[in-house]
Design a protein around this ligand. Structure first.
Ligand code: ADP
Ligand code: MG
Length: 357
C-alpha cells in the first residue's frame, strides 16, 4: 500500500493540490455560503428561522459499488442524490454539502476523480446544492465517499416517521425494485450504453422492450432520482414519511415502529419496476422480493389521510403515486396481504450488519 501504486498524477497533485482542484471546480449556488471551501470550517448564513436538517450517507467501494462497473461519474451523482433523498424524505430543501473522501491506493486515477467531482457537481446543480467543505484522506483499501448534507425544513415543519394515524393510506412514489433489478443486471455484465453482454445468453422472451426495461433499471440503480419536489409538496399533507433506501419491507417497518402503529401492504398494489420483473426472470429471482427487499430505490413511502395525488400531479408532474396499503391501529410489524387474501408479517430488507455480503 505505498504511494508508488497511486496514479502518479494524483500523487503529484497531493492532498492540498486536490483540495485546490475541488475548490476550483465547485460553483457557489447560494449566497448563504459566507465562507466555503478553504478555511477551517465553513460559515453558512441560514434562512427560515433557526432550524436546519442535516444528514450523512456513505458510499463504499465493494459495498455500494464496484470499479468494474466503470461508472464513476454516476457514483458522484449518487453520492449527492442519496443524501438529497434523506432531506426530501423530511419534506425539506437541500442547500449545502460536505464531502469526506478516502482515496484508495489503486483504482482511482486523477481523471476518475475529476469524473467523480463532475458527477457530484451535476447532481448539486440539479438541486441547488453548494459543496462548502469536506476532508480528504488516503485509504488503505477501497474508495470511501461520505457526503453530509444540510437542508431547510418546510415552513409547516419536517415530515417525521412518527406521525402516521390509524386509517391513513400508505402511498409510494415511482416504482419499486428497479435499483435491485439494475444491480442484478450489473452483476450479469450489463453496462450503460453497451450491448447485451456476450457472457449472458439472451432468452427468446427477452425482446427490445425487455432490454429497455433492464436499462431503465440500470439507471435506477446508478443514478437514482431523489423526489425533492414531491417531498416538499407533501409537507402539511403527509402524516409520516421515509425514503425507500433499504426496501419497503424494512422502511415500512420503520414508519410503523416510529408511529407505534401497524401497516397493511397489499402485494397486488405494489408498483413493481418493469426492469425488476425482467431482471428477476433472467436471474431466477422473485420480482416481488426485489420490490419489497431490494432497496436503493429512493422513492418516498408516506402515509396521508387524504388523496395526495392532486397536489403531487402539480408539484411533480408525471411521477406515479400509488396507494399500497393502510395504517392500522394495532401495533406490530407490517403485514403483507397476498392477492388470495393470505397474510404474512412483512420482514427483511437490506441491513448492513445482517445481510450477507
Ligand atoms: P483542516 O486541516 O483545518 O481540517 P483541511 O486541510 O482538511 O483543513 O481542509 C482545508 C479546506 O478544504 C477546508 O475548508 C475543508 O473543508 C476543505 N476540504 C478538504 N477536503 C475536501 C473535500 N474532499 N471536498 C471539499 N472540501 C474539502
Ligand atoms: Mg480537515
Amino acid at each position: 500500500m505505498s504511494a508508488e501504486q497511486r496514479d502518479p498524477a494524483l500523487a503529484a497533485l497531493g492532498e492540498f493540490g486536490l483540495i485546490g482542484r475541488i475548490r476550483e471546480r465547485v460553483r457557489v449556488r447560494h449566497p448563504g455560503t459566507l465562507v466555503g471551501i478553504g478555511d477551517d470550517a465553513a460559515l453558512l448564513g441560514l434562512e427560515a428561522g433557526n432550524r436546519f436538517l442535516v444528514t450523512t450517507d456513505m458510499l463504499l467501494e465493494g459495498v455500494h459499488f464496484q470499479w468494474s462497473w466503470g461508472c464513476v461519474r454516476e457514483l458522484g451523482r449518487k453520492a449527492v442524490a442519496v443524501n438529497v433523498s434523506d432531506i426530501a424524505a423530511m419534506g425539506g430543501q437541500p442547500r449545502y454539502a460536505l464531502l469526506g473522501v478516502a482515496i484508495p491506493p489503486t483504482g482511482l486515477s486523477l481523471g476518475g476523480l475529476d469524473a467523480l467531482l463532475a458527477g457530484m457537481e451535476e447532481e448539486a446543480e440539479v438541486h441547488g446544492v453548494t459543496l462548502v467543505g469536506g476532508d480528504t484522506c488516503a485509504s488503505r483499501s477501497g474508495l470511501v465517499l461520505s457526503v453530509t448534507l444540510i437542508g431547510l425544513p418546510p415552513d409547516t415543519g419536517p415530515i417525521l416517521r412518527s406521525g402516521a394515524r390509524p386509517g391513513d393510506g400508505v402511498w409510494v412514489t415511482g416504482a419499486l425494485g428497479g435499483a435491485a433489478g439494475g444491480l442484478l443486471a450489473l452483476d450479469g455484465g450489463f453496462r450503460p450504453g453497451a450491448p447485451w453482454p456476450a457472457t449472458l445468453a439472451r432468452p427468446g422472451w427477452a425482446g427490445a422492450s425487455e432490454e429497455a426495461a433492464l436499462r431503465a433499471a440500470l439507471a435506477a440503480h446508478l443514478t437514482p432520482v431523489p423526489r425533492v419536489a414531491a417531498g416538499r409538496a407533501l409537507a402539511g399533507r403527509a402524516t409520516a414519511m421515509i425514503d425507500v433506501s433499504d426496501g419497503v419491507a424494512s422502511d415500512a417497518g420503520h414508519l410503523a415502529a416510529e408511529s407505534h402503529l401497524g401497516l397493511r401492504i397489499h402485494a397486488r398494489e405494489l408498483p413493481i419496476h418493469p426492469g425488476a420483473t425482467v431482471a428477476a426472470r433472467l436471474a431466477g429471482r422473485d420480482a416481488l422480493d426485489l420490490a419489497l427487499r431490494g432497496g436503493e430505490d429512493y422513492e418516498l413511502l408516506f402515509t396521508a389521510a387524504a388523496d395526495p395525488r392532486p397536489a403531487l400531479a402539480e408539484a411533480a408532474p408525471g411521477l406515479p403515486v400509488t396507494r399500497i396499503g393502510e395504517v392500522m391501529a394495532e401495533t406490530g410489524p407490517p403485514v403483507l396481504v397476498h392477492p388470495d387474501g393470505r397474510t404474512e408479517p412483512l420482514t427483511g430488507g437490506f441491513d448492513h450488519l445482517r445481510t450477507a455480503p
